[in-house]
Design a protein around this ligand. Structure first.
Ligand code: ADE
Ligand code: ZN
Length: 372
């Protein structure tokens, strides 16, 4: 069902490890840069694309954090927007998450969730996003005494307005926080059921190492019984084994991040053969020190090896860029070429949870963009 992606054919165009580590490779990257001088920022922003990995709470820009904090009477640890930005120097996933959860404290009312979500959709559409599948972390709110209903109602109303006013379609994915217990995840699932029609799927996020996917098998089975799609963060900081567990124990249809698969050739073969979509977030991985730089990020190699790669932003307010900024980063750092961008954009629509008719329409829009 989801396992038909385009990336495979690209291996013929750009061999698996081209440009990555050898001197000869560096020359190739340089040549590709010359060849793709026409790939301007504007062009990359205009590519019709889907974003499949974005945490709505991670799109809270410092400016908005201050505005909402002021109107809600929430005291922040920082004195200014500049101070907040200065704090965005992360050692790893956990140091980021500590700030991310701190930021969510300003979100109290339905209006806050609405404004957060609508602002993301405005930004995303200005970067070519035609369809977004958006994560939200209800436990980050319910644990602070904010009702599930408050969060989802505000987000959902913004998604409807996004479709009506901006022409962007969207789906919502409820993520369970893996640093909390499986019982708490099950309770969150129960709270979500009255809103079943507003949620397309479930995911698994937060602190990865030490919280393997297998612990959430039962709640993912329950989600499947209710007809939800299933995705999971795996292989971001955690080992390749977590990717296998996400597939085999949780029935994940997409893997969020998945970049540590490159350490395990057998797993890479499996992901390629099954065309499991990977929602890769290059700027996030550099900011969270999974890789030292975009130049050393494996996303180009992964695409060359025939994996179903998509490029996404993760937590754009914290990691220095929205989805098209990530496209620009892989152009500059890895020499992504026109056909690479075409492949990741095609993959983004194919790997989405849209219906076949909607996918076909968006793929036609994309094809005409590249053919004119
Ligand atoms: N929650 C928000 N961003 C995340 C990330 N990059 N990994 C895991 N959980 C997250
Ligand atoms: Zn994420």
């Amino acid at each position: 069902m989801l396992r038909r992606c385009l990336a495979g054919g690209l291996a013929l165009v750009y061999p698996a490890d081209e440009g990555a580590y050898s001197e000869e490779g560096e020359r190739s990257v340089w040549l590709m840069r010359l060849r793709d001088a026409a790939l301007t920022d504007e062009l990359l922003r205009e590519i019709p694309k889907a974003e499949l990995h974005i945490h709505i709470e991670g799109s809270l820009e410092p400016q908005m954090m201050f505005e909402i904090a002021a109107r809600n009477g929430v005291r922040l640890r920082y004195g200014s927007v500049r101070e907040v930005r200065e704090a965005y120097d992360f050692a790893d996933l956990q140091t980021f998450l500590d700030l991310y959860y701190e930021g969510t404290r300003v979100l109290l009312h339905e209006r806050d969730f609405y404004e957060l979500t609508f602002a993301y959709l405005q930004k995303a559409t200005s970067q070519g996003v035609r369809h977004a599948e958006i994560f939200f972390d209800p436990q980050a709110h319910t644990d602070r005494g904010v009702a599930f209903e408050t969060a989802i109602t505000g987000i959902h109303r913004a998604l409807l307005d996004g479709q009506r006013r901006l022409g962007v379609s969207s789906h919502l994915i409820l993520c369970f926080l893996r640093h909390l217990s499986a019982d708490e995840a099950a309770e969150t699932m129960r709270r979500a059921l009255p809103y079943k029609g507003q949620i397309v799927g479930v995911g698994l996020d937060s602190s990865e190492v030490g919280h393997p996917p297998e612990g959430f098998k039962a709640v993912f089975e329950e989600a499947a019984r209710h007809g939800f799609h299933r995705v999971a963060h795996a292989g971001e900081e955690g080992p390749p084994e977590y990717i296998r567990q996400a597939l085999d124990e949780l029935g994940a249809e997409r893997i969020d991040h998945g970049v540590r698969c490159v350490e395990d050739p057998g797993l890479v073969r499996r992901l390629r053969d099954e065309q499991v979509p990977l929602t890769v977030c290059p700027l996030s991985n550099v900011r969270l020190r999974v890789f030292p730089s975009v130049e050393e990020h494996p996303v180009k190699r992964m695409l060359g090896e025939g994996l179903c790669v998509t490029v996404n932003s993760d937590d754009p307010a914290y990691f220095g860029g929205y989805v098209a900024d990530n496209y620009c980063a892989v152009r500059d750092g890895l020499g992504f070429a026109r056909e690479d961008f075409r492949a990741v954009a095609e993959n983004s629509f194919r790997a989405s949870f849209l219906g076949e008719g909607e996918k076909k329409e968006l793929l036609e829009v994309l094809a005409s963009y590249f053919e004119t």
